[in-house]
Each structure stands twice: as structure tokens, then as C-alpha cells.
Design a protein around this ligand. Structure first.
Ligand SMILES: [Zn+2]
Length: 317
């Protein structure tokens, strides 16, 4: 853009518009052109003003014609006429510019408003717990897929169309989901893999329900202990929870040859569970499945008491 020429207001002090017989519409557009040149108006707004009616466009072509006539008759007015004609051509350029097809500038909204939109968008998700698509579909750790059957719906597909809009919106929407919903993981392997590969999940995850089973439960819970936003933890237990033991218990069994089944307190990952801090609540649930794969109610209650004590949650209920 060339440097601003004499402005509408400078011409007004010369009484130019009256002397040239410019119409009200022409003056309105020349004033708007000044605002565009000084940055207080977008070019699309200027173009929209011209397109409001055929009279607006005609006022500009009439102004060009008048200025050309004045230039021919009064050479002293050439400079001012050229200024006005240039303004008129820029106004017509703005009007003829193809309309902005980029749509609503969603990312220019303040972050709080975007969060409101995500909230509204996610309002149709009626399940309180979301189940991640398995990242470890073939792991053989005794996992038990359905998180619940008593609370409908057990599984819920989340509409992720918004997540395909662009990278920033996708990231923001995922962070919102991680923060708002309880996420269920089939096994510790699943939890470990997700936390290892997803920084946004690590930074935003707030409520986790996980079936405690698998050979990397210690690693998974150690990663969970580093999640600063984690506030609620639901540990799901089953017979397979004790299929893998802590290194200490494994070593003891080499020498003491105990035939007793391993205790929950000796399951792999228990020490790492004890390092989790900052929770508002913790609970222990039975796995959803046949009675034969479940542990006893006493074990469930004992582990819940142990975790509340070790995680500093006694007296918070
Ligand atoms: Zn697994």
C-alpha cells in the first residue's frame, strides 16, 4: 500500500466535496476509505459498504467522472482530483475483492469462549466415562474390556468431527475431553502406552479408571504419579491383578516357596501407586465380569482403605 494521501478530513477543510458536488454516498465511502487507510477498518468492511446497494457503487463511478471533468477544466485541481480518483479505485478494488471464504474466525475468539464452545459441543456426550480405542489390542495381560454394565450406556462413541478441524482445535478439544471426563483403560499396558506417547494426556488427565493388570503396572502408575492434574483414581481389581508381583515378592517366593496366592498388597505396581499425590478421591472397584474372575469384597475394601491411607485421603470423605 502506498503512503496515505491527503485524507478525507483534509479535503473537507478545503470544502472540496461541496465544491466538486460529491454525493452523500460518495462522502460516506471516502470517509470509510480514510478509516481503512489509517487501520481502523478492515478492507472487507469497506468492500461490504460498497456492495450494500448499486447506488453506492454508482456514487464512486460518478465521482471519478466528476473529477476527470474538473481536471480538464481546472488544472490547479489536478492533485486533489488524482487523490480522490485513487481513493475511488481503491474503494472499487475492495468491493471487487472475492469474499472471504475462510468462515468464522473461531481461533480469534478468547480461549475462555472457545472452552464454552467445546463444553456445548460435548454436552451430547452422556457417558461419564470414555473408553479409549485400544492402543494395545493384542496384549495378553488378563484385561477385561467392558468398564461397566450397570450404568447405561456402557460404551459411548464420542463425536470427534471438531477434532478434525485443524491441529490447534483438535488439541484444545482433546485437552478439554481429558480434563472433563473419566477415562477408562483396559489394562495397565494401555495406560502406560497412552501416557508415554501423549503429552496432552499427561498434562490434562484428571480422572482415571484402570484395570490393574499387566506386566508394566509399575511403569504405568509411576507415569500416573507425574500427572499434575490427576484428582480422581478408580482402581479396578480382578484375579489377574496378582498375576505379576513386585520384584521383592518374586524374590521371596524363590526362597520361601509359598503356595499361597499372592496378596493384592504384593501385586506389581503397588509401590508406585503409593507415590501418587494430589488426589481428591480414590476408590477400588471389582472388574466387570464373571464372578470367578473377581476378587472378594473384603480384598476390595482392604485395598481401598490402604490406598486412602497411603495417599493421604483419610478424613476427606
Ligand atoms: Zn494389557
Amino acid at each position: 500500500m502506498s503512503p496515505p494521501r491527503a485524507t478525507f478530513y483534509a479535503h473537507q477543510t478545503l470544502n472540496l466535496h461541496a465544491r466538486y458536488g460529491l454525493s452523500d454516498n460518495a462522502k460516506k465511502l471516502l470517509r470509510a476509505h480514510d478509516h481503512w487507510r489509517t487501520g481502523s477498518m478492515e478492507q472487507v468492511q469497506l468492500g461490504r459498504l460498497v456492495r450494500m446497494s448499486p447506488d453506492m457503487r454508482k456514487s464512486i463511478t460518478d465521482t471519478i467522472t466528476k473529477c476527470a471533468e474538473i481536471m480538464r477544466k481546472k488544472p490547479a485541481e489536478v492533485k486533489n482530483c488524482i487523490d480522490i480518483i485513487q481513493a475511488c479505485t481503491e474503494i472499487l478494488d475492495a468491493a471487487d475483492k472475492p469474499p472471504d471464504l475462510e468462515g468464522f474466525p473461531f481461533l480469534k475468539l478468547p480461549p475462555e469462549l472457545r472452552q464454552n464452545v467445546y463444553q456445548w459441543y460435548a454436552a451430547k456426550i452422556i457417558a461419564p466415562t470414555l473408553v479409549a480405542y485400544p492402543a494395545e489390542p493384542n496384549c495378553d495381560c488378563g484385561k477385561w474390556t467392558p468398564p461397566n454394565t450397570s450404568y447405561p450406556p456402557a460404551l459411548h462413541r464420542v463425536d470427534m468431527a471438531l477434532g478434525r478441524a485443524c491441529k490447534q482445535i483438535k488439541n484444545e478439544y482433546l485437552e478439554f475431553l481429558y480434563h472433563k471426563f473419566t477415562l477408562y483403560f483396559d489394562c495397565s499396558c494401555e495406560l502406560n502406552k497412552r501416557l508415554r506417547s501423549n503429552a496432552a494426556l499427561r498434562s490434562n488427565i484428571r480422572s482415571v479408571k484402570v484395570h490393574w493388570t499387566g506386566p508394566v503396572s509399575d511403569k504405568a502408575f509411576a507415569r500416573l504419579a507425574k500427572c499434575q492434574e490427576l484428582r480422581h483414581l478408580d482402581i479396578v481389581i480382578s484375579k489377574s491383578t496378582t498375576s505379576f508381583e513386585t520384584p521383592r515378592e518374586r524374590e521371596m517366593r524363590r526362597f520361601f516357596h509359598s503356595l499361597k496366592p499372592a496378596r493384592l498388597a504384593d501385586a506389581l505396581g503397588i509401590d508406585e501407586l503409593f507415590t501418587i499425590r494430589g488426589l481428591n478421591s480414590v476408590c477400588v472397584s471389582h472388574v466387570n465380569g464373571r464372578q470367578s474372575v473377581k476378587r472378594t469384597d473384603e480384598e476390595r475394601a482392604n485395598l481401598q482403605g490402604l490406598l486412602k491411607s497411603k495417599l493421604g485421603l483419610l478424613g476427606l470423605d
